[in-house]
Ligand binder design. Structure first.
Ligand code: ADP
Ligand code: MG
Length: 574
């Protein structure tokens, strides 16, 4: 068992995992039909069954459900399970009932009489487990009901939904903090597959889990092969990938828009790949029917928006493909985590292009929310880009994001086909020393545009502070072009060697800068980091491109527009 330091301070423990008490093991085999616990399950179950609070960070498919289901059976009273997945509650309850467990749910799909019957069963102590949506739990009426009956524990599933900066915020989750005050004697267990430090800290605080023990599992999914290809003709690439490697197998294809979900599903079907669409714009009955076919028939490809997948338990999904860039690594990890839950080899495949970045950026800019919220969304996107652009092992990069160090996996695309790189240690050192000198000699920090001017030894008429000739680093980077410097900066940012800081996104040395400056760390960057092509579609739909950027030389029309939009954005975030 890995027991993390509680992020909010408080007692941490570091003993090793017991295998689960004999009573827990008996229920595991007699009720659920499994012979051993996986990972931390036994320790978590013992802790919660004994009345302790727990925060559980375990990847998708890791087996979080048993962590509250078995303690609910071990303790007298009813386990209350809070979940945002209303559409899945009926299925989950039916599955439990088929195991002989007395389970029910309360949500908006029940009529008044049905809800009354469930409430009466709870009050009479006839339920082991009662599922409900958070908006139901926070009602005074529901809390009064809970006080009249006997609650054995509260399980807060998908607990990352309480995090406002995360990828899946649900307002109703905020109200769950009241459980700590109103039911202080009842154990609570919060579970999520999102394990970034920020989410972990935020959910611990917002759910008032200060006294909880923390169980943090490994996030590695060794059977998943991660691959990210440059997007060219995305649909053709996707069909070649499926036909070539996963013919006749079940998979999920994620697209950003409902329109492309429909179009891609049709295109796959026309190529003889059985595919079904799923998105929130569809009729609920059609959606449910497609989900049921995906779960119960073999070899169906579900083409979906991110509305699909949370809580879906289909073990033999052989691939997850992304035709559009996910908004965050948390989202990417959850979505790709739906592949290979049976432990057999599976592929996480993504096509990534320049247009994705521009689209996402537009979505963030046109979206609602505070400036702080938008900055956090940009930071999420930047981390995602860093994963796309890394020249190192994808798995190492992915796990590092979740705070876990690992060795190169030898199975991802960058391990199997290392991208062409050049040694950029000196360029990185020049950039870093320019940042430090500018700060020291001028007492000022600058965005990437001005830093590049200094490196190139170039006066910039756009800048009020254009007279930098007397700086000791003036012109030290003239061997690279402006365009090359921009790609260097972008990649160094992705590698945490430089970072953007403050309200104006000035460029500062990043967490890994010291090792580079000392020459202890060698920096390799991708040779061809700036895809100079957009899709054919946007080329034919080209508008007038600006003529201002020398860095966009050789690009025309929409390509140039795209390039400039991206460059502008990177300048802003740099
Ligand atoms: P999570 O909620 O973490 O994504 P689930 O609780 O849905 O994962 O479990 C994923 C799958 O693993 C389910 O099919 C479940 O029955 C199975 N499973 C969980 N624990 C065990 C175990 N100890 N032994 C065998 N199968 C297990
Ligand atoms: Mg789950």
């Amino acid at each position: 068992v890995t027991v993390d330091d509680p992020p909010g301070g408080g007692p941490g423990e570091s003993d090793s995992a017991p295998a689960g008490s004999p009573e827990a093991l008996r229920i595991l085999s007699e009720v659920f039909g499994y012979d051993s616990f996986r990972g931390d399950q036994g320790a978590i179950i013992d802790h919660v069954a004994g009345g302790g609070d727990a925060v559980v960070l375990m990847p998708t498919g890791g087996g979080k459900s048993l962590c509250y289901q078995i303690p609910s059976l071990l303790r007298p009273g009813t386990g209350i399970v809070v979940s945002p997945l209303i559409a899945l509650m009926a299925d989950q309850v039916a599955a439990l009932e088929s195991l002989g467990i007395r389970a029910a749910f309360l949500n908006s799909s029940l009529d008044v009489d049905e809800a009354r019957a469930v409430e009466a069963a709870f009050e009479a102590g006839e339920l082991d487990l009662l599922y409900m949506a958070p908006e139901r739990l926070v009602l005074e009426r529901t809390r009064a009901l809970l006080r009249r009956g006997h609650v054995s524990l509260f399980a807060i599933d998908e607990a990352h939904c309480v995090s406002q900066w995360g990828h899946d915020f649900r307002r109703d989750y905020l109200g769950l903090s009241l459980l700590a005050e109103e039911f202080p004697q009842i154990p609570r267990i919060a579970l999520t597959a999102t394990a970034t430090r920020a989410t972990h800290e935020e959910l611990t605080e917002r759910l008032r889990m200060g006294r909880a023990r923390h169980f943090v599992s490994s996030f590695d999914r060794p059977n998943i092969q991660y691959r990210i290809v440059p997007k060219d003709q995305a649909r053709k690439q996707l069909m070649d990938f499926i036909a070539g490697e996963h013919s006749g197998e079940a998979g999920i294809v994620y697209c950003l828009s409902r329109k492309s979900v429909d179009a891609v599903a049709q295109a796959l079907d026309a190529r003889g790949i059985p595919a079904l669409p799923y998105h929130a714009g569809m009729d609920a009955a059609d959606r449910a029917a497609n989900q049921a076919r995906f779960l119960h028939e073999d070899g169906i490809v579900m083409v979906a928006t991110i509305a699909f997948g949370m809580g879906i338990d289909k073990p033999d999904v052989r691939f997850v493909a992304h035709l559009d860039l996910p908004k965050s690594i948390e989202g990417y990890y959850q979505e790709t985590g739906r592949a290979g839950r049976d432990g057999l080899a599976a592929t996480a495949w993504m096509a990534y292009g320049l247009g994705d970045v521009v689209n996402q950026r537009r979505l963030i800019d046109s979206g609602e929310g505070s400036a702080e919220f938008q900055r956090s969304q940009r930071a999420h996107l930047d981390a995602m880009l860093a994963l796309c652009e890394t020249v190192d092992c994808r798995r190492v990069q992915l796990l590092r994001y979740f705070g876990q160090e690992s060795e190169p996996c030898g199975n991802c695309d960058t391990c199997l086909n290392p991208p062409r790189t050049w040694e950029a240690t000196i360029a990185a050192q020049k950039l870093l020393s320019a940042l430090i000198r500018l700060d020291r000699e001028r007492g000022q920090q600058f965005g990437s545009g001005q830093v590049i001017d200094v490196l190139l030894g170039r006066d910039n008429p756009r800048s009020a502070q254009s007279r930098h000739e007397e700086l000791s680093v003036w012109g030290v980077g003239a061997e690279l072009s402006e365009k090359q410097w921009r790609t260097v900066i972008r990649q160094l940012m992705a590698a945490d060697i430089v970072a953007a800081a403050g309200e104006y996104n000035v460029l500062v040395p990043g967490p890994r800068a010291t090792g580079v400056l000392r020459g202890e760390e060698i920096v390799h960057l991708r040779d061809d980091p700036e895809p100079a092509r957009a899709s054919r579609r946007s080329r034919s739909a080209s508008g007038a491109g600006g003529a201002r950027a020398s860095a966009a030389d050789g690009l025309e029309g929409a390509d140039r527009e795209l390039f400039e939009a991206l460059r502008d954005w990177r300048t802003e975030t740099a």
